[in-house]
Design a protein around this ligand. Sequence first.
Ligand code: FES
Ligand SMILES: [Fe+2]
Length: 421
Amino acid sequence: MLSPAENERLTRVGPGTPMGRLFRRYWLPTLLAEELPDRDGAPVRVRLLGEDLVAFRDSDGVAALVGAFCPHRRAPMFFGRNEECGLRCVYHGWKFDRNGTCVDMPSEPPDSLFKTKVTIDAYPTWEGGGMIWAYLGPPELKPEPPGHELVRTPATHRHVSKSFEECNFLQALEGGIDPTHASIMHNMNIGDRSFLNNYDELVANIQLDKTDYGFTYAGIRKLTNNTWVRGYHYIMPSFHMRATVEGPFGRRADGPTIDGHIWIPIDDEHTWVYSFGYSHDPARPLELDKVRARDTRLGRGDFLDKNYRSRLNKANDYEIDRQVQKEKTMTGIQGINTQDLALQEGMGPIVDRSQEHLGTTDRAIITLRQVLTETLDSLERGGPLRALDPATYRNIRSFDRLIDGDAEWRAATKTDLTTKF
Ligand code: FES
Ligand SMILES: [Fe+2]
């Protein structure tokens, strides 16, 4: 439970807000690289941390991110011409390069110096992991580019997609890091209600360690002959990774071994969810056609339209099937991701955390809020920020393993943690 003031502090992301200032200290995924396929191609609208922007790939092939409105009379740059290393506003022809410099002002006399005095807001970008990242913070504080194993993985070994979510980033992120709901909400076979008999086994014992990059935690389930450990990492500000390697339910031979999400605030009440999967084994690339085909529907009945929005959404109650809910699945909603959407969006744009009652299996969520609060306090004191230095998380990897029944999970999984890319 949080006080209303604490809830505001952790959820608002606009310019000048505490969390908005924190997000602005990190590189953030801003578009999929596939959204800007061509040099001098069509500009794309971007809304990030409550700021309206326009992205374009310039003649050098570099992704540019500039203010959405022309500084002359605020015409929309989205309708601009992307030409010779700059975006030209089509209203009166002012043209800006990727650094925000005005490089042409045909509406003023040729000898006018006015163009040297006008700039458009522009943010630096960096490409990696199939994504275009941007840094919206103070230029003098710009950190090194991201260092996740994901961004070092070659394109043959990874898959990244994104989807729109109509709620604040924090409740989406809290849903993603919560290992407990998976056994309950995502239960797809409750027909004989046997899951209720297995309830004690399916709810994991959660153990956590705070780290320099955020925190790591394990969901530990005692099975008959051994112990199943799923190890997760949360990397500031909103990156989460988990693994599907060896757990009792196995994995697809052609699929990723590591997967996760990055939750990026569009504004206070809307979020982009980047979903990634990769093979951490250099000798085993992904069968990308199969992975993509599954991802289009997320293999489980989720459908995204060309704007990366789910066809099953709030407007149609996610097409919940009450008969299926009675007979077969916990939710009656198709698709794991759609189930998450339904519950997280259904909490409202920003959930009122002063009304919650957190229990023992909510420890990951409690720790997340502590880590965010501690880091906001540090930001306000001018102290260090978790995960600002990529060295703090460069060599971590999530895991999913069966270990001997009485082994200590930290020791037993040490060798799983070394990255190979
Ligand atoms: S409004 Fe853009 S050039 Fe005039
Ligand atoms: Fe979920």
